[in-house]
Write a new protein. Structure first.
Length: 255
């Protein structure tokens, strides 16, 4: 169980990317400990409604939904502000905005790959900054950023996705350091292969995991007030080895 001062104890939770399977699993894991008031932000009203009902059945006393297309960056400030306003502030923000896109090295679909960069770096980065500002202005809180192990050393098999997550990961780390003394704790989450809608049909990688397992790692990281977690935790040690591989060997890894 978490102590009252643990970062996971916050009652007011905002999920940006509100029907992300990992975000919803994290809110449910938090609600195992105590009820949470939740705002879900996303672009699909039907998916938001289903996610909201799921959380109500899991014990949330209040769930608010707000519609936002992540690529509509001009509305980010307005909608994130509305999310904080709906709950009278925020204690935990989960940023779970991202797309996988085409796998491979040099993409055949360059416009589609630019869309991945726009979503995963520009849109997610904008939401990250607005959420960080909201937490700072409210006196502090925890900001959970879903990155990826692909951010640590992008491979030839997912060059665009890995580069996009590396950009978001770096921004999250920098903001975490900048806002630390102002009470904002940024937790960067680096999952490996997670069995979700996004990865459906893809061959699972070693150490593949589930949204529920990632959620437990996230809540544990909040309790420990660490800056980074890997899901599953064993990936941390695997990535140490991956990062020191000579380039001549690393480029042979196709997937």
């Amino acid at each position: 169980m978490s102590s009252p001062s643990a970062a996971s104890a916050g009652r007011r939770v905002i999920a940006l990317g509100g029907y992300s399977e990992i975000a919803l699993a994290t809110v449910r894991e938090l609600q195992v400990r105590s009820p949470r008031e939740v705002v879900l932000v996303g672009r699909n009203p039907g998916a938001l409604a289903r996610a909201a009902e799921d959380l109500r059945l899991a014990g949330s006393p209040r769930v608010v939904t707000l519609e936002l297309d992540a690529l509509d960056t001009e509305r980010h400030g307005e909608v994130v502000g509305a999310a904080f306003g709906a709950l009278g502030g925020g204690d935990i923000v989960i940023l779970a905005v991202g797309v996988l896109g085409e796998r491979g090295g040099l993409p055949a679909d360059v416009p589609g790959s630019l869309g991945v960069l726009l979503t995963n770096v520009v849109a997610a980065g904008s939401l990250l900054m607005h959420a960080a500002r909201g937490l700072r202005d409210g006196g502090g809180g925890a900001l959970v950023v879903l990155s990826s192990v692909a951010a640590e050393r992008p491979r030839r098999g997912n060059a665009v996705y890995g580069a996009s997550k590396a950009g978001l990961d770096a921004l999250a780390q920098g903001l975490g350091d900048a806002l630390y003394e102002q009470g904002v704790r940024v937790l960067v989450v680096r999952p490996g292969f997670v069995h979700t809608r996004m990865t459906h049909g893809l061959p699972p990688a070693p150490l593949s995991t589930t949204p529920e397992a990632v959620a437990r790692v996230i809540v544990g990281g909040l309790d420990r007030r660490v800056a980074t977690v890997w899901a599953p935790p064993a990936l941390r040690w695997l990535m140490i080895l991956v990062k020191i591989l000579p380039r001549s060997l690393f480029r042979r890894i196709e997937q």
